[in-house]
Design a protein around this ligand. Structure first.
Ligand code: NAD
Length: 365
């Protein structure tokens, strides 16, 4: 399909109807000339409920039937992580554009297959990194782009939960289905925020460690989720990441740790002209950004009045904008693949107890 052939009305099918899938449905429906015409989920009751709520006419318990429809332009993938690759590749191969939930994939090999499918079939592949659309992140990005921090030489990105394991024994804590624990789940969000704010620097090497101290002993489960069942992934990951030009990034992600956090995430940036900190506690959006500088020769702190930001709505709007622009070749999921490379390098480093160079996990697409 070329630009000329891109239909005015874009028709969407959503695969996977948990929190993420329903959020995609709402974001697509908020846009003009976009219809959600089909949804797929093996949980028939949930499928019916979502289709009824949002007037989605076609429902499938097998996603392959949704992808086989030739009147769909876009497939949104919001399944557990192990299905991101097969659903995305099948959708791209049948000529659909794809919005895939984070993380792009469990591994570099899977991510590469997805990027390659987007290139080969000349379609858009976008990963839903909604947290970079927060108001505080966008305001800070503008400030950095205007030179406000000077040259940023060190950064920290953390997402720490006190007791936030998303259910024991479900797909999140099953290695084969999730691909990892908090690092690949919430760590990827703050990694993306930091990489976005740092302007996508090249990554040279990582040195990481992972721990599984509380989860395997049945501790740290989120209150609303099941607390018994197997726990196969890390519950804390920490990484030291070397970026180009001597810049460094500390990354830390935990679902459960004895500390004062409840559910806190953010980034800190240290530059030659100023510093900045985004500290989000329990998902609040107000009063999260601090900028540190010198005023009249003394240290000072600025508290910008940030706006909330639009999360998935902005992600979906950008995605639709790219499709309508017809300029697809630069939108094939590479950012998601770069995050997958860093995360795979971290897991490899933790497993082998040594620094891992990114070239050792870098892909070929
Ligand atoms: N961007 C964000 O902020 C954000 C937040 C939550 C989750 N996510 C991501 O979204 C994805 C889903 O997470 P969730 O929290 O919604 O999980 P969930 O477990 O609540 O929902 C997943 C849904 O996928 C369905 N599913 C399972 N197998 C399927 C199949 N073969 N075909 C179609 N559907 C299938 C399940 O029945 C379930 O309804 C994950 O990749 C997760 O990392 C992203």
């Amino acid at each position: 399909m070329t630009l000329m052939e891109t239909p005015q009305l874009l028709r969407v099918g959503v695969v996977g109807l948990g929190w993420a899938g329903e959020t995609h449905v709402k974001a697509f429906l908020a846009l003009p000339n976009v219809e959600v015409v089909a949804a797929a989920d093996p949980r028939a009751e949930r499928l019916n409920e979502v289709c009824k709520t949002y007037n989605i006419p076609h429902s499938y318990t097998d996603y392959k039937e949704l992808i086989a429809r030739d009147d769909i332009d876009i497939v949104s993938v919001a399944t557990p992580n192990h299905l991101h690759m097969p659903v995305t590749v099948a959708a791209l191969e049948s000529g659909k554009h794809v919005l895939c939930e984070k993380p792009l994939a469990r591994s570099v090999a899977e991510g590469e297959a997805m990027v390659k499918a987007a290139i080969d079939n000349r379609r858009v592949l976008k990963v839903a990194f909604n947290h970079r659309q927060r108001g505080d992140v966008q305001v800070l990005k503008n400030y950095i782009d205007q030179g406000g921090l000077g040259r940023v030489y060190h950064a920290k990105a953390t997402w720490m939960r006190r007791a936030g394991i998303p259910g024991m024994g479900g797909w999140f804590t099953t290695r084969e289905m999730a691909g990892g624990g908090p690092l690949i789940d919430v760590g990827v969000h703050v990694l993306d925020m930091a990489m976005f704010l740092l302007n996508e620097p090249e990554v040279v090497a990582v040195s990481a460690a992972t721990y599984a101290e509380l989860g395997p002993r049945g501790r740290g489960s989120r209150g609303d989720r099941t607390a018994d069942g197997i726990y196969e992934v890390e519950d804390l990951a920490t990484a030291f990441i070397r970026l180009a030009d001597g810049v460094t990034l500390l990354l830390e992600a935990s679902w459960a740790v004895y500390g004062r956090h409840n559910d806190d995430f953010g980034v800190s940036l240290y530059g030659t002209e100023g510093g900045a900190e985004i500290n989000v506690q329990n998902y609040v959006w107000q009063d999260t950004l601090r900028i540190f500088t010198d005023t009249g020769g003394v240290p000072s702190e600025i508290r910008p009045q940030v706006y909330r930001g639009e999360g998935h709505n902005a992600v979906v709007r950008e995605f639709i904008g790219v499709i309508r622009s017809g300029d697809w070749s630069n939108h094939v999921g590479r950012e998601g693949l770069r995050r997958a490379q860093i995360i795979e390098a971290c897991y490899l480093s933790a497993q082998q107890g040594r620094e891992v160079a990114l070239v050792d996990v870098a892909g070929h697409v």
